[in-house]
Design a binder for this molecule. Structure first.
Ligand SMILES: Cc1ncc(COP(=O)(O)O)c(C=O)c1O
Length: 402
């Protein structure tokens, strides 16, 4: 093995170095105006994001979590409402539902894409008594099956609210941007996202003018005009400084996506050369039923486009944590998204979720590992991460039950 290298999971400093002057100028412009909350920079960002996503409207807000919250509030979601969502996702997907007193109704994932399974969604929807919306997540930056979800939404007469927090610029099988075919798309500008701000931020997209208006009022305490509150809203405003940063970064977004995709292709090639296949072939209970026991992310056929917010591999559960530790000792940062599915989290214990309820989500939580994929990675770094991973698995795969 080559000499030890340091490869963090994400290196935001490397990106900052390439746009430092542009960012300084954009921040300076806002500082000169001293207009920090809402205002023209927010309007400019909303127009730019609506254009990028190909929707009629975009409404900036304080985070991806609040984007979901606003979408649900605009749909009058409240106590006793049921919202279908995956359990294998970041907490905020369900947290924003629960905070309104509504109930997340969990659906298992398709183990190939890690996105919510449409057929299971239909079955679960049949059992709901007060279903208000279906919320697929475009996990890791790959599109959920919107064609199927839109049909199910029609069947049950409920809107599709897309959690597109990890998927700005993602395209689905029809080539349409994620977060735009459902009633509302919810995006996050958390710094680790492909379009990340320098703090918290988010945005909702929609083609429905009334909903756009409703969410833009809800985010400012429900007031319009100021101090006239017709609805009970929240403070979910976006800062002008964040909008200025995001406008600069948006210009680079497509090239960063392409770099991430090229990095994924390099990993894929190195892993497949070692005998690995994609997650389309199961790991068969931890063994090597499909060759080398590593699965690369399955990608949907073009014009679908995965933006690789995360590059997540799958390895037998018996060696996942020790592989992660080995990579850490070798200087490589990794993360587990997500180690405990939401139906098994302590805060949802009163909802009665049990081990075995969602087998694919539970298995993915034991077998997946995110590797560094950020745009500025060098080929040498990718080769080092892949090489270290391959040699560890080669030496330890024998411990796996097949
Ligand atoms: C799938 C998903 N949903 C929602 C969120 C919430 O976004 P934010 O962190 O901006 O509140 C995130 C961000 O981490 C996410 O990954």
């Amino acid at each position: 093995m080559s000499e030890k290298m340091t490869v963090p999971l994400l290196d935001l400093k490397a990106q900052y170095a390439t746009i430092k002057a542009e960012i300084a100028a954009a921040l300076e412009e806002v500082l000169e105006t001293q207009w920090f909350i809402m205002g023209p920079k927010i309007v400019e960002l909303e127009k730019a994001i609506a254009e990028y996503c190909q929707t009629k409207f975009a409404v900036g807000c304080s985070s991806g979590s609040d984007a979901i919250l606003l979408a649900l509030m605009a749909n009058d979601v409240g106590p006793d409402s049921e919202i279908i969502c995956p359990s294998y996702t970041f907490f905020a997907t369900a947290g924003s539902i629960s905070i309104l007193g509504a109930r997340p109704v969990w659906v298992d994932i398709d183990p190939v894409t890690y996105n919510m399974d449409p057929e299971l969604t239909r079955k679960v929807a049949q059992q709901c008594t007060n279903l208000k919306a279906i919320m697929p997540v475009h996990l890791y930056g790959q599109a959920a099956d919107l064609d199927a979800f839109l049909k199910i939404g029609q069947e049950f007469n409920v809107p599709i609210i897309e959690d597109a927090a990890q998927a700005i610029g993602t395209r689905d099988l029809s080539g349409t941007p994620a977060g735009t075919r459902g009633q509302i798309g919810c995006f996050s500008f958390f710094p680790t996202k492909n379009l990340g701000g320098y703090g918290d931020g988010g945005i909702v997209t929609t083609n429905d003018e009334a909903l756009a208006e409703s969410m833009s009022i809800l985010r400012v305490h429900g007031s319009k005009p100021k101090y006239h509150h017709h609805v009970r809203g929240i403070n979910a405003r976006l800062d002008a400084l964040q909008a200025a940063v995001l406008l600069v970064k948006l210009k680079h977004l497509e090239s960063w996506h392409e770099q991430r995709r090229a990095n994924a292709e390099t990993y894929d090639r190195l892993f497949h050369d070692a005998g690995a296949t994609t997650s389309a072939i199961p790991l068969s209970g931890g063994g090597d039923g499909g060759g080398f026991p590593l699965r690369t992310p399955h990608q949907l056929e073009p014009p679908a486009k995965h933006i690789f917010n995360q590059y997540v591999i799958r390895v037998p559960g018996e060696i996942r944590d020790s592989l992660r530790e080995h990579l850490r000792e070798a200087g490589v940062g990794t993360e587990i998204y997500y180690p405990i599915p939401l139906h098994l989290q302590k805060c949802y214990a009163d909802a009665g979720g049990q081990e075995g309820d969602l087998p694919e989500s539970e298995l993915a939580a034991k077998e997946t590992l995110a590797l560094p994929i950020y745009p500025e990675l060098t080929t040498q770094q990718i080769e080092y991460v892949a090489g270290t991973t391959i040699s560890y698995i080669s030496q330890h795969a024998a411990v796996c039950t097949s």
